[in-house]
Ligand binder design. Sequence first.
Ligand code: CUA
Length: 334
Amino acid sequence: MGRAGGVRVLLLTLPVLTLAGCGGDQSTLSPASPQEHKISVLFWVMLAVAWAGFALVVGLIVLGWVHRRKRGLPLGGGEKAGTALVIGLGVVMPIVLLTALFVYSDIFVINSTAAPDPSSTQRRIEIVGHQWFWEARYAGTDAVTANDIHIPAGVRVLVVARTADVIHSFWVPRLNRKIDLIPGQRNTVLLEASEPGIYRGQCVEFCGLQHANMAQNVYADPPARFRTWLAHEAEPARAPTTGQERRGQEVFMAATCDGCHAIRGTSADGHIGPDLTHVGAREGLAGLALTNTHENMLRWIDDPQSIKPGSKMPDLHLSRDDLRSVVAYLESLE
Ligand code: CUA
């Protein structure tokens, strides 16, 4: 490889390293829960053992090379000692070490991050993966959200995950390991944020054209604020108050948006797209492909296929006035 080639490799490598280094947002190595803390310790232990093993092998190779012109073992001893060395380092040590790592990782860590103690799990959230958004249902209430998932901080929350279509994978790297959402099966994982904060996650199983635009934010709220949020989220939608909002609701029903979306408290009861009962209060739209601003809501409803090609949201060819009314109505649903 010439000098230009080396520079090219360096240029290709740098952004990857930079991206890997700036992952405070979605890094498994900045844990924000007891479970993720165990996972990050597991990573460092595995890395340390791997490096120690690598150093040992390199050390033995160097020793052999230095000693190559002499007979016998570098540190003395005959054929018996050589056989003992091969059996000890080549057979016994790997078996002991790998067994210990297996018990530690696959039995202790996996069990403590996966199998929740039902008595200590106070809350249950059902997560449903869709092409391409996350639906979150809060057990014991009517609350349904999309992509913005709220949990109380410092509380063990059991996530029961299933899929409405293909295989997805739910992962909030700072909170716990990933779980796959498999058709016909329910998988569980714990979310237990130690501190209030926003923890971003992303679908990690290729699930079609918009796999990359299938993100979620987990909001860990102080428990009192969480209870207020949940009580509000469980309420039916607020009725339209202005003329434009009323017009927006009519257009929403007439343009058959209600066939795909539910708005609790109205006749809209579709289940293909996200529940929009409190869409006005959400931070993101379209699997977090967009932040929920007035401009973005207009763009999204006006031409969804240019923003998220392949998504199930069709272009309804609304007039400018109807579009503005629908947006006014949806924004009023806080
Ligand atoms: Cu859902 Cu990738």
